[in-house]
Design a protein around this ligand. Sequence first.
Ligand SMILES: *[C@@H]1O[C@H](CO)[C@@H](O)[C@H](O)[C@H]1NC(C)=O
Ligand SMILES: *[C@@H]1O[C@H](CO)[C@@H](O)[C@H](O)[C@H]1NC(C)=O
Ligand SMILES: *[C@@H]1O[C@H](CO)[C@@H](O)[C@H](O)[C@H]1NC(C)=O
Length: 433
Amino acid sequence: MMRRSAFACCLLVIVLIQVESEGALSTDVDIRFSKQLYNVSIPENSVAKTYATQAPGAERMGIHVRSNALSDIRYKIVDGDRDKFFKAEDRLVGDFCFLFIRTRTGNNDVLNRERKDKYVLQVRATATKREGKQKVSFSVDTTVVVTVLDTNDLNPLFYPTEYNATVFEDTPVHQSILKVVAEDADLGRNGEIYYSFAEETDKFAIHPMSGVISLSRPLRYNEGTYHELTVLGQDRGALFRQGSGMVSKAKVRIRVKKVNFHAPEIRIRRHPQIVENSNADIYAIVNVSDKDSGVHGEIKSLEIVDGDPDGHFRIRPTKQKGEFNIEVLKLLDRETTPQGYTLKLRAVDRGVPPRESYKSVPVHLTDLNDNAPVFNKEMYEVKVPETAPVNTPLIRLKVTDADEGRNAQVFLEIPHGLGDRPRQRRHKKTVFR
Ligand SMILES: *[C@@H]1O[C@H](CO)[C@@H](O)[C@H](O)[C@H]1NC(C)=O
Ligand SMILES: *[C@@H]1O[C@H](CO)[C@@H](O)[C@H](O)[C@H]1NC(C)=O
Ligand SMILES: *[C@@H]1O[C@H](CO)[C@@H](O)[C@H](O)[C@H]1NC(C)=O
């Protein structure tokens, strides 16, 4: 109350000054706005000649005209409208001179709530009074606060408008891939954004509120290495007004990255026995293949990683892709390695990350009869009584042979010319080791 009366006094001073400046003497002029401050609102983007409105039940804007002598009240915006959006209009209805605030014509710019949501206009009323032959002007000011109302004018703006992602083909279903972000400067429900795909897709899903894109079907590199999606951002306001076209778009590119699914497969194609001491250099042919395609399916190496401590073997690639020879480098001796060899092979592919596999290759050496039988003594002495009957066992000879199988079978005979009546007997003796 205090403030209001102070303001009124102030106005009175202004009026007096005005009167004095016009050189008039009148003091009984009562020109006063119904309020010192009005609140009005107007939608943004309003076309020219759109009138600002007051809240229902608000005090009507304008000046009550009490004196008939007072005529010709004019309103003018004197401050707060730098961009010249508004115009003040007067309309006399009975004894009340209404003040209207409307948008101007001829302004190329429009009200934009996102840019400026409130204008505080200083409106001056000027009235003229005839005093005899003199015309005297009076003026008084009021404040009109214009609130610019939101209309759903802004499309949701994606930022950024392009998204790239690289996804491994073994990415689990439902895993999120990326998130699109749109910002809407509108307020309230108009500002809630609803995301969707422009095209139908069964591979991807987008969460309507969060904008998170996730996988809805397993990706297969062989079924497509690249997916392009258009994401629509619609604010929820637009959803309630069909076909209003308040949609903005973002582009999403998804590249599928191959996964190194398979380890190489090792196959031994020829697997002969080797005769010891032979110089047969190729022991076996190894075929290494990999079910993956591209770099993941290329074979980087095949090596012997175990079972050949003395380096009797080596592996050499042949001219055929994926084919390797196991070669014999040194003479093999069955007698020193009677159990043969068990080579452990490792194949590695060029995938990222690489995969490897192992295979054991048993190497059996076949015997060469490279060892002579050996008696356990060089000379045997036997004493035989004269009375010994025929066929009496005289001595047990021990003969060994380092070879194997038939090569180790030993036959004994007494050569001709020993004794006066040579008797030949054939013994078959197998030496077991
Ligand atoms: C105008 O609006 C302001 C802010 O909302 C409020 O404080 C004030 O009371 C209102 N005045 C009138 C006259 O409605
Ligand atoms: C996404 O990929 C496209 C096509 O390869 C490229 O032109 C664009 O610059 C990329 N965008 C970003 C944000 O990396
Ligand atoms: C290796 O084995 C695969 C599968 O059996 C076959 O397709 C390929 O031709 C073989 N490669 C060589 C070099 O033998």
